[in-house]
Ligand binder design. Structure first.
Ligand code: ATP
Length: 226
């Protein structure tokens, strides 16, 4: 089997509270640039490094499914919600690797802001034992790594993503420059709390679901309670 035939899987995790067009455009462009066979959107159960989400896991999963329906390359993966407890990316990568086999090309997609905190993630130096780490530009975010994490990234930094993917199933840090959409879930929740419209920042189907289920109506008074 030629290297080109090995399956290419993107893993894009987050709270997705809610999923928005910044996530979706990133997922689409990464999928195209790396010629991925599938891009898995993985909602966290309990994110270890931030406040609990406002929407429930089931609601965030449903919103992702509504958003992903339009793109056959997107796969919504509930493995972190099913696993429950704190969602550690290293455990997710181990599970995807076990399922996909040793030769599959795994690409962990992280925004630059998330990557800047990577030294706080569980077993972070081992992330590249299971996947390539694909760092995507985020408006206003600087790389900001220092110390061991900066050395770790510099040693693995590669400039030609397609050659890297042809050559190895994991191990590199790749940077991609994508279309910048300065959208955040925080902004969308704030707009909804102020009774302003977030339309065009996220798919209409997701916004309709939010409104029908009044998901962020109590965002000011009960964050993390639902
Ligand atoms: P919040 O505002 O609640 O912190 P968020 O919009 O940052 O949420 P997350 O679900 O926390 O969304 O992000 C998941 C991943 O998507 C992270 O790697 C993050 O860097 C990336 N990401 C979020 N928004 C964008 C965007 N507009 N462009 C590119 N990447 C993004």
């Amino acid at each position: 089997m030629s290297a080109a035939a090995f399956r290419r899987i993107g893993v894009f995790g987050g709270t997705f509270d809610p999923v928005h067009n910044g996530h979706l455009r990133t997922a689409l462009e990464v999928g195209e640039l790396l010629a991925l066979d599938e891009l898995r959107l993985v909602p966290a159960s309990v994110p270890p490094h931030r406040d609990a989400p406002v929407a429930t896991g089931a609601e965030r999963l449903r919103m992702l499914q509504l958003a992903a329906d339009a793109n056959p390359g997107f796969v919504v993966d509930d493995l972190e919600l099913v696993r429950g407890g704190a969602s550690y990316t290293i455990e997710t990568l181990r599970a995807v690797r076990a399922e996909a086999g040793p030769q599959a090309r795994l690409c962990l997609v992280v925004g630059l802001d998330a990557f800047a905190q990577i030294h706080t993630w569980k077993d972070w130096p081992q992330l590249t034992d299971h996947a390539h780490v694909v760092v995507v530009q985020r408006p206003g975010a600087a790389l900001g790594l220092t110390g061991d994490a900066a050395d770790w990234a510099a040693q693995r930094l590669a400039t030609d993503p397609l050659s890297v993917l042809a050559a190895a199933p994991c191990g590199a840090v790749l940077r991609l420059e994508l279309t910048q959409l300065a959208i955040s879930a925080t902004q969308i929740r704030a707009l909804l709390a102020e009774h302003r419209s977030p339309r065009y920042l996220l798919p209409d189907a997701v916004l309709d679901y939010i409104r029908e289920n009044r998901i962020y109506d109590c965002v000011d008074t009960h964050p993390g309670d639902r």
